[in-house]
Design a protein around this ligand. Structure first.
Ligand code: PLP
Length: 428
């Protein structure tokens, strides 16, 4: 076995991964068309805000789509559109990006963390009911890395206990659950169009729903002045806002429009999303199969309802026992030196973020349930599966690697075997 790249040997992979984002003259033309149209705010043609919304709604299989300026905005607008009483509790797993939790807080709601299933890294439906209190009003399902949550179990609990379901589908463009697009199954779905996401015009977000009332409220909260959207309303045959005629600014709204030029770029990118999603999904399946024969590395469990995993992140579960006790950080460092782009991911689950650790600090300024400060004890919350994932187990393979090719998957296994061979020299 040759020397590790970390010790001066030849790396397993020396080529860079493909450039991200992928684009060509089609994208340039779409942007130029939007510029020339002069409809930089919204617009109604194919290369416009309205055009993108129509096409993205159709792609995911939603009746309605509202584009906004980030995934975080999408979550905030969606939560506001549910019109939950201030101080209501929203259940979510802490193995997620901080925006899932801050969007809850920033809309006057209280995030309550429920552990993930250790084998899927998604909210564990078995832990939802014990976490419900008289103030619980919603569950947020983060389809982590593009892998669908167990929506059947979650929707059943939600129906029985009167909870709304908001899907954080920031990673899940093109992912399906029982053949249905994610972000269209709960009450409302939220997508990020941020730069590293599977679909991006640089920055942006989208809210999807089949519920006209939620859609109208989403518009009302996202856009103080919904005037530029009138062509959209005409097209759908709906009124501009849920306000009664003659009402003058009845909502405490924000201003979160994506803009016509960025939307045109998002629309052009959407044209290649299906091909990219097929590639990532196929490579994800291949990697999972390869890892079945690799000691110490495995993929997440994919239940039958996962009919397509868009593999925004392919999560590898690392077991140090398969590598002679080598800590994950040392494994990742050696793999990266081999030219394999993997990362250890979140260092802490979100209930252990500094924001939730200091009850008298920032949290007390935004706490929605009174002046006495937070009455939820985040320090006492235990989510052992998420804690373990952060501390020792999770390894992320990012979407640009998943997009690359079957060879990139084989190189992960090849490099891991090389690292295993040298564990004695690596163990601190
Ligand atoms: C799970 C999840 N939700 C929400 C967001 C927020 O999206 P944005 O960065 O577009 O605001 C992200 C972004 O990384 C995310 O990973």
């Amino acid at each position: 076995m040759t020397a590790l790249a970390l010790h001066g040997g030849t790396p397993t992979r020396s080529r860079p991964y493909g450039a991200w984002p992928e684009f060509d003259e089609t994208d340039v033309e779409a942007v130029a068309d939007a510029l020339r149209s002069g409809q930089w705010s919204a617009g109604a043609g194919e290369n416009s805000l309205i055009g993108f919304e129509r096409n993205f709604a159709a792609y995911q299989g939603a009746a309605y789509c509202l584009s906004v300026n980030s995934g975080t905005s999408a979550l905030e607008v969606a939560l506001r559109a549910l019109r939950l009483p201030r101080g209501s509790e929203v259940l979510l797993a802490p193995y997620t990006y901080m925006a899932s939790a801050t969007a809850v807080l920033n809309t006057g709601l209280v995030p309550v963390f429920v552990d993930m299933d250790p084998e899927t890294y998604n909210i564990d439906p078995r832990l939802i009911e014990p976490a419900i209190t008289e103030r619980t009003r919603a569950v947020m399902t983060v389809h982590f890395g593009g892998l669908a949550c167990d929506l059947e179990s979650i929707l059943e609990i939600a129906r029985r206990r009167g909870l709304r379901v908001i899907e954080d589908a920031a990673h899940a463009h093109g992912s399906t659950w029982n053949e249905r697009g994610l972000g269209t199954i709960g009450d409302v779905g939220c997508f990020s169009l941020g730069f590293g996401k599977n679909l991006t015009p640089g920055i942006g977000g989208a809210v999807t729903t089949n519920d006209l009332d939620i859609f109208k409220h989403a518009i009302a909260y996202a856009e103080l002045d919904a005037g530029p959207r009138h062509s959209r309303f005409d097209e759908l045959g709906i009124d501009a806002a849920p306000a009664a005629p003659g009402e003058w600014f009845p909502y405490s709204a924000g201003n979160r429009r994506l803009g016509g030029v960025l939307a045109a770029l998002a629309g052009a990118q959407l044209g290649r999303l299906e091909g990219q999603t097929r590639r990532r999904a196929a490579h994800g399946q291949y990697l999972s199969e390869l890892l079945e024969d690799v000691d110490g590395l495995s993929s997440r469990r994919e239940d039958a309802y996962v009919t397509r995993n868009a593999n925004h992140l392919h999560i590898i579960r690392y077991d140090a026992d398969g590598f002679g006790g080598l800590p994950r950080e040392c494994f990742v460092e050696a793999m990266r030196a081999e030219g394999v782009d993997i990362r250890p991911g979140y260092v802490r689950p979100m209930h252990q973020a500094d924001l939730f650790g200091d009850l008298n600090g920032e949290l007390s300024l935004v706490w929605p349930r009174g002046d006495d400060g937070p009455d939820v004890d985040y320090a006492a919350m235990r989510c052992p599966a998420a804690e373990r994932a952060c501390q020792v187990e999770a390894i992320w393979v990012p979407q640009i690697v998943m997009l690359d090719g079957r060879e990139a998957m084989e190189e992960i296994v090849e490099a891991a075997d090389k690292v295993r061979h040298h564990t004695a020299a690596l163990t601190p």
